[in-house]
Design a protein around this ligand. Structure first.
Ligand code: AMP
Ligand code: MG
Length: 390
């Protein structure tokens, strides 16, 4: 058996960052920025008013001071003249502060009769002016790589970056194997169950930036599996599910070998999800996952998501696992790394008693996987335990 980290390193060696492509700004959300981009304008591009009020010289601002209002500066329509001594310009939020003015008195602190303005309240110390380039300046960069959030998209838009260099989305082909499986929505025979893994993994991988496809279920015959693999040909990553151990009906190893895959078969020291296969098939990386629904999903978190991150130019690990205090005691772990379904609530980690790797209800209830290293001793209530969010 090999360790989880050795298995992960082997899988990561099968993939590399994909090409860079340029997409319109709106299509860039959730994509990985491939190269730093920089602003070619200042924001704001001029000193701008932060409030509705009157612009004047700061040196003249005091309670009961009077001014002649000589014009108006609105957003998109600045005042063209200059503010002289004893003068003020009506101004609105986002409007350019006119030349000669360096203070905006908010309208609540003034009264106006005709064109005569009086400051009626003591204005605070703030000038209510946003400096030119106060948010960002020409040359301010947005660093790469990063997953572009909605806030990043707003920033790129403000920088006038309409075309964004991102990594191509990894294409993934998902193949379920087994005579017992039918697709959701079909009518299963008495000995059949519904293929769940491909759908869970499809959702997981799509949310991590992949373009994934669910191929027709491969039956437990060599020809059926070969046909499915043929359909998967151009994917960056092919993932088979089930059929990966050494049972009589477990065909994935033999068939992929017949197709020229230099294959490695691993027994990984982990629970759930022991058998794992990996190699290169044509131009695709291929990973064979165990069939048990929870095992497949846990392997998706532990192995496939880091592979997708590398393909998108990100570090394999997005962050260190977090720790939380155990809500109860836990018995010692065995010789394999155990990813235990758990629920993080109120800052405490509740690890489920039942860890049956076929029970998806418990996976759906979990929002974390507590990680127990091999031979982790028994833990008492309140001790910190590492976990990943799922
Ligand atoms: P296998 O590795 O093919 O022996 O499968 C192990 C267990 O996982 C068996 O109980 C299968 O019925 C089940 N299984 C395999 N593939 C899937 C799938 N795509 N969806 C749900 N269960 C599956
Ligand atoms: Mg099977």
């Amino acid at each position: 058996m090999i360790s989880v980290s050795d298995a992960l390193n082997t899988l990561l060696d099968l993939v590399a960052p994909l090409e860079v492509e340029t997409v319109p700004l709106r299509a860039a959300a959730g994509r990985v920025l491939a190269e730093p981009v920089s602003a070619n304008r200042d924001q704001p591009p001029f000193a701008a008013s932060a409030m509705d009020g009157y612009a004047m010289k700061a040196a003249e601002v005091e309670r009961d001071a009077m001014f002649k209002v000589i014009g108006e500066s609105a957003a998109g329509h600045g005042f063209q003249g200059r503010v002289g001594p004893g003068q003020a310009v009506r101004i609105f939020t986002g409007a350019p502060v006119p030349d000669g003015a360096d203070f905006v008195v908010i309208q609540e602190d003034t009264s106006v009769t005709g064109s005569l303005l009086t400051i009626t309240d003591h204005p605070g110390p703030g000038h209510n002016i946003r400096a030119k380039g106060g948010d960002f300046q020409i040359g301010t960069t947005v660093d790469a790589p990063r997953v572009l959030t909605p806030a990043d998209i707003a920033l790129l838009a403000a920088m006038n970056i309409a075309e964004v260099p991102v990594r191509r989305k990894p294409t993934v082909a998902l193949i379920s194997t087994g005579d017992e499986l039918v697709m959701p929505g079909e009518s299963p025979g008495p000995d059949q169950i519904i293929a769940s893994n491909t759908f869970g993994l499809d959702a997981m991988l799509a949310s991590a930036g992949a373009e994934s496809r669910i191929l027709p279920i491969a039956r437990d015959t060599e020809s059926s599996l070969r046909m499915a693999l043929d359909l998967a040909q151009n994917a960056d990553l092919i993932v088979t599910i089930g059929g990966a151990s050494v049972g009589d009906h477990d065909l994935v190893a033999g068939v992929t070998e017949g197709l020229g895959m230099s294959r490695a078969f691993y027994k990984v020291a982990m629970r759930p999800g022991k058998p794992l296969m990996a190699g290169t098939l044509g131009r695709s990386a291929m990973v064979g996952l165990p069939g048990n629904p929870v095992s497949a999903m846990v392997c998706g978190h532990v192995f496939l998501l880091p592979m997708l991150r590398v393909m998108q130019g990100l570090p394999a690990m997005d962050h260190q696992p977090s720790t939380a205090n155990l809500a109860h005691e836990l018995p010692a772990n065995g010789p394999r790394t155990h990813y235990m379904r758990a629920r993080l609530s109120g800052g405490d980690l509740h690890v489920f008693d039942d860890q049956d790797s076929a029970r998806l209800t418990l996976l759906s209830e979990a929002n974390a996987l507590a990680i127990r290293p091999p031979h982790d001793p028994s833990r008492s209530k309140g001790e910190p335990l590492t976990y990943i969010v799922i």
